[in-house]
Design a protein around this ligand. Structure first.
Ligand SMILES: [Zn+2]
Length: 137
């Protein structure tokens, strides 16, 4: 999990230590990192732990977004484009240096790259089956 902790730290820094939805600050609330597309729905060749798939949320916003479709989540978060979630080059370089120190694991094997991030957000990862049962916003 150490690798994910490094990524999660970068995501919370990117989000300025605040819940991406209600903007409560870490400390006032406890923040966790949420997968916009659940890990279980992401095929093996993609990395579900890219920062473009992760947002910092407080507990109550997290539970509100958890069961929603991706489109609904993006609307709730007022995110027109997931490119907004892309780390800056400096943030990405700093993260990759830390990931390099940690070494690979089964969870996230790749370095965080802009190309992979663009590829990830270009994919839908949803189909009729996986959408069933998700509430619409
Ligand atoms: Zn919140």
């Amino acid at each position: 999990m150490q690798r994910f902790e490094e990524i999660s730290l970068s995501v919370r820094n990117r989000d300025a230590g605040r819940c991406r939805r209600c903007e409560e600050a870490e400390g006032d609330v406890r923040l966790s990192v949420h997968h916009l597309v659940p890990d279980s729905r992401v095929p093996d060749e993609y990395d579900a732990h890219l920062p473009v798939n992760l947002v910092s949320l407080c507990r109550s916003c997290h539970s509100e977004l958890e069961s929603r479709s991706l489109d609904a989540q993006l609307r709730i978060l007022d995110l027109a484009d997931r490119e907004e979630l892309m780390l800056s080059e400096a943030e990405r370089n700093a993260l990759n240096m830390r990931l390099n120190e940690v070494g690979p694991d089964e969870l996230t094997v790749k370095a965080i790259s802009k190309v992979e991030s663009m590829k990830f957000i270009g994919q839908d990862f949803t189909d009729d089956d996986s959408q069933r049962g998700l509430s619409e916003f």
